[in-house]
Each structure stands twice: as C-alpha cells, then as structure tokens.
Design a protein around this ligand. Structure first.
Ligand code: DGY
Length: 328
C-alpha cells in the first residue's frame, strides 16, 4: 500500500487533472460519474484527508460521521448550498468553493438565456424542425420581446449579477437591481445599476434575471405572488439555483400567459424538471450549464484542486468558506 495521502474525487473530472492528483495522492475516483448515495458518500469519505465534491454531494453531519481524517471538502462549484457549513465547521473540516473563475462564463450564459427567452430562439428552432415554417411572415412568425432600450432587473448583485449588468449596458438597457445589501456607489456606477426594492423591480422590469445564492431564506423568492407583480410582457430567467423559483407556480403562470416567457438553467429537484414546464413552448430549458465551457470547468476543477492541496499541505486554501476552522 502506498503512503500517499488518500483523497476522494466524487465526480468525473478531466483525465489529465485526475492524473495530476494521482501523482501526489492515492485517489478514490469516480470517472463513471455515478451519483453517490448518502450511504456511499459516508463510506467514501472515511479514511480520506480531502475530497473534491460538487452540488450532487450533500455534505452534512451524516456524510461526515465516519470522516475522522478529513481536512477539507472542496466544492467544484461557486454555490455551496449542498454544504451544511455549521456541521462541516463543527467537524473541524475546511470547506471551499470556486468563486471568480466562472464569473464571466456564467454572466455570458445568463445573457444568452435572456436573449433566447425574449426572442423565442429555441421555440423557433422547434417550429422549423416540426416543419411548420412555410413562408416568411410579418405577423405569423414567432414574435419576441426586445432587449435594447428596455429595463433589466437583476435580483442578486454579486460578481455574476454585476457581470450581467455590464453586458446589458452594451444593449442600452436601463439596469435596476435588488440585493440583500446595496452595492458601494463606485460598483453601482461601474455597472450602471440603480438599487430598488424587490417589489419595484418586479413591477417595472421588462426582463428579470435571478442570480442570488440559495439559502433557506431565499426559498421561493419568486412564487405566484411575485409573478403577479410582473408585467404580462416580462421575461424571467433563473441561473441561480432550483428552489429560488416555485417551479409549479411558474409553470401555471406561463400556461396562463401571466408573463411572456421564462428561461431556466436550474430546477427544483433537478435533474427532474416539473412536468408542466416540459409541456410549454414559452420556456427555454437548459441543463444547469451556465458555467459549462471547457476552459471554465477546467479552471473550477483546478481551483478546487489548489484548495485541496493547500489544506493538506497546511496552507490556507485560497477560497476558504469557514475561516473559523483555519483560525482554530
Ligand atoms: C456553480 O458553480 O454554483 C454552478 O451552478 C455549478 O454548480
């Protein structure tokens, strides 16, 4: 048996990056990419000093019950709602995520989904593939909503929200935002955004984009009551997390044309998608791919690897979430 430290890589990663890890560690890998059950995860975490995980792995007291040697759980994701941070901290384990490296890629995708939603791009493609396009028409082709010179409302104004706001400036959009706390004036200026209440945002925006982190307090930030405040011509885009939108209420509202359309990259209970959403044309669906370019996914894995190496070598991981563990 080798005396290299043992680590777990809970999901498939790029083979060359896995090979790099294997130079320094004895790696329990999962290149088949099968999702581990809670029992399997608990078992796989026993005897390892570090673990690379993703949103599919819920790291809580149960997962950590046998992880007596564990120093770090490194999430390959900026969002870490799969972490029970107090339980991880209580176990004396460092928790890290992957901020910054995905900001621009995710903001690009937020804008792409917004455009696809407002301009009915995927619906149009389905229409062509179904053989329904028999002529160019002034009124009988899919007519969408403009983006330029309209008002964009962003809920959640962290790095990605600000990235979307900066892109919107190029489209001459009026950007308003709502966030837990207001941005410093210089940051508001840099992205040309004005702070408003959530209610004002929902009432006045032509397009609403959700980029806030999932927390129990943000559960169903957008439900039937909030959708009722929106314009019937408005679009709603969720690139944040499933659970921030009440998907059943959204499907009902889209069916009744209470808003124009929605674009969703994340879903409650994904990879399941609410069956009513699947029946609708006025929603663009994507399989949680906002950060999915090869360059960015590699950068996310590399940052998670750097966090893991640092913790195992006794250095402070660059994107440590629970600094208390480091101080202790
Ligand atoms: C993130 O990094 O949070 C993405 O949503 C992938 O989980």
């Amino acid at each position: 048996m080798s005396n290299k430290p043992r680590i777990l890589v809970a999901r498939a990663i790029f083979p060359d990056l896995l090979a790099k890890l294997e130079e320094s560690y004895e790696v329990r890998s999962n290149q088949a990419d099968a999702i581990l059950s809670p029992e399997e995860l608990q078992h796989e975490l026993s005897g390892v000093v570090g673990a690379l995980v993703a949103g599919s792995e819920r790291i809580d007291a149960n997962a950590l019950a046998k992880a007596k040697d564990l120093k770090i759980v490194a999430n390959i994701s900026v969002g870490y709602n799969n972490f029970d941070v107090p339980a991880i901290t209580a176990a004396g384990v460092m928790a890290t995520n992957t901020p910054d490296v995905l900001t621009n890629t995710t903001a690009d995708f937020g804008f792409a989904l917004l455009m696809a939603t407002a301009r009915r791009i995927t619906e149009s493609e389905h229409w062509i593939r179904a053989g329904k396009w028999d002529k160019w028409s002034i009124v009988n082709n899919p007519l969408g909503m403009d983006l330029h010179n309209t008002t964009l409302g962003i809920i959640g104004m962290g790095r990605i929200g600000q990235g979307i706001a900066k892109r919107a400036l190029g489209f001459g959009m009026n950007v308003i935002y709502h966030n837990r706390s207001r941005l410093p004036e210089a940051d508001e200026k840099a992205c040309g955004a004005r702070y408003v209440s959530k209610e004002e945002l929902l009432k006045t925006a032509d397009h609403v984009v959700l980029v806030l982190p999932y927390t129990p307090a943000n559960h169903h930030t957008i439900g039937a009551k909030e959708i009722a405040l929106m314009k019937p011509t408005a679009t709603l885009v969720n690139i944040a997390r499933g659970g921030i939108v009440d998907d059943a209420a959204l499907a009902q509202a889209l069916k009744e044309k209470k808003i124009f359309a929605a674009g969703l990259d994340v879903f409650e209970g994904e990879p399941q998608v609410h069956p009513e959403l699947l029946k609708l044309q006025n929603v663009v669906l994507a399989p949680h791919i906002a950060s999915a370019t090869e360059k960015t996914r590699r950068a996310m894995v590399e940052l998670a690897m750097e966090n893991l190496r640092a913790a195992i070598d006794g250095r402070k991981p660059p994107s440590l979430i629970n600094a208390e563990v480091w101080k202790a």
